[in-house]
Design a protein around this ligand. Structure first.
Ligand code: CP
Ligand code: NVA
Length: 320
């Protein structure tokens, strides 16, 4: 039998944490911006023709599910959506075997999971790129879309003051904490003591901030704490999986609602508001702020599409 020379392939890359794109952020934002300006409406590319994306969801989703599906189709590819209970993973098949099998069928997997260890395990055993579509530790796709929204609005991310108010120890808070230094922004996490990020997260963020010449502040909310902030973000007080703690959490977050007074406390009329959605009006934010002139929430939701298309094009090496 003739010997076939096998070309050396680059190792596959994953997108599990916002830090994984530390070196590629400017390039990803540029690609996302280009896709947004060229591909709105019925336009699409052929770049992912013949490629398949698998999406696994252990939790509900509106934005992540639709933006991945529409985005990969716009790149010319095909998408297979798998609820955990549609596949044998839900009946106890191992994450390792799931990873090895799916790697024979699809070219990339985006996985929304309860447990970050399972996302890491899937990535470890998959021979194809794995994207974290939210787990209990991080939500990197959201933060990439947020930085696209900030860049679009302010023309830059570098040097801006970013404040996240609310549950400081959830997935989005962790990704904001690590993602702000990566985007050269100063970050403030303003949360009740009990819901401030764990020491390991803060330590990682401070190391990144030192490397990028930015600052990290973790404190309780006060009017003074918001002074000078350019972007105020929040998220639900009760993340998926935290439902049993709802009444305790609603009590603990009293006074943390982003309302007109909180927005005015920045002292800047130019301050903008972000929320990954879904929102719970009257809890983490008022309807008036979320739907008011300072809010960018629907641009932010749209930008999930363009940002994830950029990630997929990058990880799959598409000529797009
Ligand atoms: N922001 C976000 O991830 O929304 P979904 O849960 O609807 O995907
Ligand atoms: N922190 C929220 C984000 C939802 C997109 C949750 O995990 O439910």
């Amino acid at each position: 039998m003739k010997t076939v020379a096998i070309a050396k392939t680059k190792p596959k890359r994953d997108f599990l944490s916002i830090v994984d794109i530390e070196d590629r952020l400017p390039q990803l934002l540029e690609t996302a911006h280009r896709f947004k300006s060229q591909l709105r409406g019925p336009k699409m590319l052929e770049a992912a023709r013949g490629r398949n994306l698998g999406l696994i969801f252990e939790k509900p989703s509106t934005r992540t599910r639709v933006s991945f599906e529409v985005g990969f189709r716009k790149l010319g590819g095909h998408v297979t959506i798998l609820g955990k209970n549609d596949i044998q993973l839900g009946r106890g098949e191992s994450v390792e075997d799931t990873a090895r099998v799916l790697s024979r069928y699809v070219d990339a997997i985006a996985y929304r999971a309860f447990d970050a260890d399972n996302v890491r395990e899937l990535a470890k055993h998959a021979s194809i790129p794995v994207i974290n579509a939210l787990d209990d530790e991080e939500h990197p796709c959201q933060i990439l879309a947020d930085w696209l929204t900030v860049k679009e609005h302010f023309g830059k991310t570098a040097g801006l003051e970013f404040a996240y108010v609310g549950d400081g120890d959830n997935n989005t808070a962790h990704s904001y904490l690590l993602g702000a230094p990566v985007a050269a922004m100063n970050v403030r996490i303003l949360a009740p003591k009990e819901y401030q990020p764990g020491a390991a997260w803060v330590e990682r963020a401070k190391k990144l901030a030192d490397a990028h010449g930015t600052t990290v502040t973790v404190a309780e909310l006060s009017d003074k704490a918001l002074k000078g902030v350019d972007v105020v973000a929040t998220d639900t007080w009760v993340s998926m999986g935290d439902e049993r703690e709802e009444s305790r959490r609603l009590k603990a977050f009293t006074g943390y609602t982003i309302d007109d007074k909180a927005m005015a406390a920045t002292g800047k009329k130019t301050t903008r508001f972000l929320h990954c959605l879904p929102a719970h009006y009257g809890h983490e934010v008022t309807y008036a702020v979320a739907h008011g002139p300072q809010s960018l929430i629907f641009d932010e939701a749209e930008n999930r599409l363009w940002a994830q298309m950029a990630v997929l094009a990058d990880l799959l090496g598409l000529k797009a």
